[in-house]
Design a protein. Sequence first.
Length: 478
Amino acid sequence: MVTDMDKFFKISERGSNVRTEIVAGLTTFFAMAYIVITNPNQIVSFDRSGDLGVIWNAVYVASILAAVIGTLLMAFLAKLPFAQACGMGLNSFFFVSFVLPQLSGGDVIKGYQAGLVIILISGFIFLILSATGLRQYVAKALPDCLKKAIPAGIGLFIAFIGLKNVAIIQPNQYTYVQFFDFHGALTSAEGALAKWTAIAPVVLALFGFILIGVLSRKKVPGSVLIGILVTTVLYYATTATMPSFDMTQVGQTFKDFAEIGITGVFKADSWSNAFSGAYVVGGIFSAVMLIITFCLVDMFDTIGTLYGTASEAGMLDENGDPISVDKAMLSDSIATVAGAVCGTSTCTTFVESAAGVAAGGRTGLASLVTAICFAICLFLSPVASIVPSCATSPALIFVGVLMLKNFSKVDMNDMRSAVPAFLALIMMPLTYSIANGIGIGAIAYVLMTLLSGKYKKNDIVVTIIAVLFILKFAFVTM
């Protein structure tokens, strides 16, 4: 059986083993498990009262099903160590576009279901682009400087997510961001335990990051997962807290999912509301722009993640493109369609997959393990919250370290390469979007190429990408 598994997933061929793949799958799951709770929170904006609570329950189940379906496709179709789930940013955009307008006297459930129709249509467009090869053609047509900058930009973005999730970086009204205010926490009027509880996540996250770095330098197998587990134990041991399990809401969650989630896109009213202007402000034009926006963001989030993680894993072909990129993108597009049918926002290849790659994942077996972990969460919702953010954040920050090295391959002596690459690098974390970073980099590349008289026929594709992003920035706020 082990031999058959090795042959099917090409484990030995890719220089891995079953144990490493299992560890990698677990690492990816723990790094992105937050999405199980975060996605429904984002779609209802943390408000679980009334109909918003019904939507929360439906989206909770739908999110997990979409993650399981998408990640299994990566495991068995693409056979790559990448996991899928509902994209962060896209879920917030879903809330702002379809749920928020109904909060003042509207029908939030109808707005939610109209949004699912938009996601479904964009998913079918993804599917057509992927099945015809156009989507991977676009990916391969990106300029070399952007291909090299994207992994590094994603590294910064991942690190920023990790730093933000555990409050190592905090908002500041004057400087936008700041380092965690240790002085304020230590001089507060709270007791000693309360003070430690406030600073513990930051201290433990920094410790976990250093621990992973040390273990990695010593080439200890599973260093990332070890760092996550050790930090988790230290968190519960030093803060006198214990994870809690509340199983009473499982039945209601599935009931709401069946009534408004998986049935949403099959209602005639949902399609009518999506284009009438009642639930998508601006009617048909706005609906079309929203479809294009979801298409663009998902396409380039996926392209960026695939290039970034494949580069880190050494899984690029002779042209510098990810192996099985066509099957990976097909898996992504099918997952988006499946997610819309189930009742959730756009499903995309998750950037946190890089944590599993850093742990040694090289095959679809790692994705299979991750999918199984997500499936367990359907019936044990508290599982997703057992591992605190201070334990997963170090893994994300460490992935940033690994991926940033890709930027050294950019020719910084040629400004036609350096300027677009830099913008793609810096705009991913600063705009909190992989797609925005790619779009801004593409616009800069086209302008630099045109104004320097170096424009060629093979730059047409990146020009189209640039124009589409200009339209997105002009007509859609995100």
